[in-house]
Design a protein around this ligand. Structure first.
Ligand code: ATP
Length: 204
């Protein structure tokens, strides 16, 4: 069981997935909030049932899966509906994240949550690791990867914490402007530090 939890966060396109992968290569278990957020609205889930009961069949695709695009559009246009949805899903996601960190087998684990700070989840983790690069780099990387326009990425960034505020929460920062080989090397150094911290914790 992992007694020690590193919270990994950062703005869109800042390199969270890349960094998480480097830690996974070192045998560290990564719990991904995005994966959990998809699981809690899978067909047959309580999450999807309550969404259908609230919004109606317009948010359900023919396949029975959630029409994410439709739901995104509804909550984008209506703050009250966004609040309703978050109140439904956040507690379920939080409970699963906690259960999965408790079940992790590596000496420490990583909880990767894009909105860790925005959603006030830092109390779930022992340390906050932030991936950081220039906003222009975020825009170019995220738009290349997802085929989104730069404008769409900037809109998402505007809804996230600004760079300086996020950095104030960091215990550790990985500068993802660096080449990938150097980013991986930094992950190795942090890994040794995290192993020591986790082992010292389990002695006390
Ligand atoms: P999102 O918030 O959108 O899920 P993310 O924070 O997980 O994004 P990644 O998917 O890891 O970010 O990285 C975004 C893109 O930038 C990917 O295509 C990735 O390969 C690339 N990338 C990440 N870090 C570097 C780097 N140091 N050098 C070059 N490219 C990088």
């Amino acid at each position: 069981m992992s007694q020690y939890i590193i919270g990994l966060t950062g703005g869109i396109g800042s390199g969270k997935t890349t960094v998480a992968h480097f830690f996974e290569k070192l045998g560290v278990e990564v719990i991904d909030a995005d994966v959990i957020a998809r699981q809690v609205v899978e067909p047959g889930s309580d999450g999807l049932k309550s969404i259908e009961a609230h919004f109606g069949s317009r948010v359900i695709l023919e396949s029975g899966a959630l029409d994410r695009q439709k739901l995104r559009q509804i909550i984008f246009e209506n703050e009250a509906e966004k609040t309703w949805l978050n109140r439904q899903l956040h507690p379920i996601i939080r409970t699963r994240m906690i259960a999965q960190t408790k079940a992790a087998h590596s000496t420490y684990c990583i909880l990767a949550v894009p909105l860790l700070i925005e959603n006030q989840l830092t109390s779930l983790v022992d340390r906050v690791l932030i991936t950081d690069c220039k906003p222009d780099t975020q825009v170019s990387r995220a738009s290349h990867r997802d085929n989104n326009s730069a404008e769409q990425i900037r809109q998402i960034m505007a809804a996230q914490l600004d760079r300086e505020t996020r950095i104030n929460y960091a215990d550790d920062i990985i500068d993802t402007e660096l080449p990938l080989s150097e980013v991986e090397h930094l992950c190795h150094k942090l890994h040794h530090n995290y192993l020591n911290l986790a082992l010292n914790r389990s002695k006390n």
